[in-house]
Design a protein. Structure first.
Lengths: 188, 188
DNA sequence: ATAAACCTACCGAACGGTCGGTAGATTAAG
DNA sequence: CTTAATCTACCGACCGTTCGGTAGGTTTAT
């Protein structure tokens, strides 16, 4: 017997591989050994699958990052740990994270609007740690919001090229990115 | 009368807005006031449109960046200028750049394979400037290839949130990202 | 000069196929 | 016996693409 979660997992994988619009309900059905019509016993539409995946992904990432962000650590160390946690969570849930980052624009406008506030709550976690560092005099930067976008850019783009059997573990990648962001490229 | 270039321009805009698979030949035809059958007088298939756009985008970006990269500048200044040029070129050709970065995976495998070497030539421009900086003792980093990926990540992700009427110009954004990468976040 | 031949640009209609989704019968589980 | 799960069969809409044809300008042959 098939559960809704199994269907969502399979859908995430197929959405990741093909993209939302190129993936068909037929594809998803085949992946869980069902007929296409049988999917509609568990989900109400293709859009609903996408929405469920986006919510699930964002909730998971938010939880993992806020765990770290609630610890009392020095800002630089906290930032490093948050980057570790984020990249680890994304690669642990590769399909889900890829759908979140690359397919969210396939949500119909109405559902998409409902999704944005969650994004903002997530971004706030990163803005907070930057501001902590600035207040403590440990960080320097002229535009925290832009710094957050840069930070998320590096990490989000990672899932477009990361492959689990690469030379570096995701922890090593996270540490190098953290060092790069904290200390910069210029030698002195 | 309609030219092939006008059709490609319209296609780029629609591919950017909807994504390749969600965009139909009908959409493109309507955008240039033609019947969809008439498109096939100018292009041979939807895939061919995508391939033409990707080639065009990569050629344009490569040209703009190599112009800067061929100048003899100090590595840190050269990197800054390359980042400026890249972000400027991407926002000057927003539709084209978005298609390049987000829709290249919609190319059929055969065409996609033919596209990869061009990507590598482009990435090499960035690897070279990092290595120049290392050789000159101006830069420090343990893994140049990973640094390049971080660099491209920040910049590539920019087109997912950048809007031309934002508070910052693209030059300001480029400069701040360059400073962030060169000097880091940590105060000292 | 003129008419035949050709070319470019476009159109309406249609093709085979796939899409997301529905209706209703059938099977499996408790 | 009931209800949850899955099936077969089907729907209208739309997909990318092809086809036959046409209007009108340009070239070629006489």
């Amino acid at each position: 017997m098939m559960t809704r979660d199994q269907i969502l997992d399979a859908a995430a994988q197929i959405f990741r591989q093909k993209g939302y619009h190129a993936a068909s309900m037929q594809d998803i059905a085949a992946a869980v050994n069902l007929q296409k019509a049988s999917l509609y016993h568990h989900v109400s539409s293709k859009q609903e699958i996408l929405l469920a995946l986006l919510d699930q992904a964002l909730e998971l990432l938010f939880e993992r990052i806020s765990e770290v962000s609630n610890q009392s650590l020095a800002p630089d160390e906290k930032l490093r740990q948050m980057m570790r946690a984020y990249l680890k969570a994304m690669t642990d849930h590769f399909d889900l994270a890829t759908v979140l980052l690359l397919e969210h624009r396939s949500l119909e406008p109405k559902l998409h609007a409902r999704h944005i506030p969650n994004r903002d709550r997530f971004e706030a976690l990163w803005r907070d740690v930057i501001n902590e560092g600035l207040d403590a005099g440990a960080f320097q930067c002229s535009d925290p919001a832009l710094t957050v976008r840069g930070l998320l850019g590096v990490m989000n783009w990672t899932i477009t090229w990361y492959r689990p059997n690469g030379a570096l573990t995701i922890e090593q990648i996270a540490d190098q990115f953290a060092s790069l962001f904290l200390d910069g490229l210029r030698r002195r």
